[in-house]
Design a protein around this ligand. Structure first.
Ligand SMILES: *Cc1c(COP(=O)(O)O)cnc(C)c1O
Length: 382
């Protein structure tokens, strides 16, 4: 079955008792056991829940993994991976990663004696120098955040495995519609389900999908031990979101490309960072590892200072001023003061997060309306 068919049918089998075409939401926290000391499929909802199981089946199918785990948030999912590591272990992470992942690695995982090195993974050779004997995990994000940098997943998988490390990919921006990292050699795919998977700005969730069953089982052990599971209502909403994922992402990619081309020739724009533009340094790799579009996220640099950029992001009306992304409504933000404020100022400068950067999450509104909204914002800061 093809992707969009699996998105609708895998994990969404009709209810065997009522015939309902939408499976019920199982809110029970506990399940009757066959006998004392005997275990059925479900016993307690932290350890397993039918609604969560259904969502995990869909996610595993869409990412081509052997199993998936659904979490309370994207950060809970990433935290589960770091919690599998031990004191003294080392993580090599991309320099263009989500601000919250940066904070988790540098300000929480470090407390458990885990060390972190950031490298620019747009050239996978940079990884080579960062490995130590203790490197257990390579963590990349592509397209990266907020500069839409592209990292070659297959090349990183090869290098990580040469050094006996796992490769984890935060694929929140790409979604399984555009990239399937496990097929390219990654061991773990992570998603903030809050974003495209849910797709409607109405749930918080995260997911891990693993290539190998043994790794899935190890991470399941940590998830069950630490407890940050996705709740049944969120699982239901996320399953519903997945049914339209392909249609949404394809359309958002189309609109984003059109906006990127328009912004690229706009006199008030320094440059546009969108992997679908031929001049983007990662364009060739993006073409290789992204199918049917380059995503709905795009960043551009306004010809303006910190204050003018702030004015711009406050002037749009359809693009709403908010962090988060990946939903049907378009959002706008200034990474320097918003999504990446948790980076130290020096790291922001080092990683090219300039004051003029503006990040757009392109929703499902009509292209003409979105373009007109941006144009009136340009006119307001002139
Ligand atoms: C939002 C986001 C996260 C964190 O997910 P939460 O659901 O907010 O915890 C991680 N990575 C990326 C790329 C994100 O956009």
């Amino acid at each position: 079955m093809q992707f969009r068919t699996r998105a609708i049918h895998v994990g969404n089998e009709r209810c065997p008792t009522t015939g309902a075409v939408v499976p019920p939401i199982h809110v029970a926290s506990t399940f009757v056991q066959p006998g004392a000391g005997e275990w059925g499929e479900f016993d307690y909802s932290r350890s397993g829940n039918p609604t969560r199981k259904a969502l995990e089946a869909t996610l595993a199918s869409l990412e081509a993994g052997s199993g998936a785990l659904a979490f309370a948030s994207g950060m809970a999912a990433t935290h589960c991976v770091t919690a599998m590591l031990r004191s003294g272990d080392h993580i090599v992470a991309g320099s263009d990663i989500y601000g919250g992942s940066y904070r988790l690695f540098h300000k929480v995982a470090n407390r458990a004696g885990i060390t972190i090195t950031l490298v620019d993974t747009t050239n996978p050779e940079n990884l080579q120098q960062a490995f130590t004997e203790k490197t257990k995990l390579v963590w990349i994000e592509t397209p990266g955040n907020p500069r839409m940098s592209i990292t070659d997943i297959a090349a990183c998988a090869e290098i990580a495995h040469e050094h006996g490390a796992l490769l984890g990919v935060d694929s929140t921006f790409a979604t399984p519609v555009l990239s399937r990292p496990l097929e390219l050699g990654a061991d773990i795919v992570m998603h903030s389900a809050t974003k495209y998977l849910g797709g409607h700005s109405d749930l918080m969730g995260g997911a891990l999908v693993m290539r190998d069953q043994a790794l899935r089982d190890e991470l399941y052990f940590v998830q069950n031990a630490t407890g940050a599971i996705m709740g049944p209502l969120e699982c239901f909403l996320c399953s519903r979101g997945l049914k339209t994922l392909e249609l949404r992402v394809r359309e958002q990619s189309r609109t984003a490309l059109a906006l990127a081309e328009w912004l690229d020739s706009h006199p008030q724009v320094n440059r546009v960072l969108y992997p679908g533009l031929p001049e983007h340094p990662g364009h060739e790799i993006a073409k290789k590892q992204m199918d049917s579009g380059f995503g709905g996220m795009l960043t551009f640099e306004l010809k303006g200072n910190f204050e003018q950029t702030k004015e711009f992001v406050q002037a749009t009306k359809l693009f709403q001023l908010a962090v988060s992304l990946g939903a049907v409504e378009s959002l706008i933000e200034q990474p320097a003061s918003m999504s990446h404020a948790s980076y130290d100022a020096a790291d922001r400068a080092k990683h090219g997060i300039t004051d003029g950067l503006i990040r757009l999450s392109v929703g499902l509104e009509a292209l003409d309306d979105l373009q007109a909204d941006l144009q009136q914002a340009f006119e307001s800061v002139r």
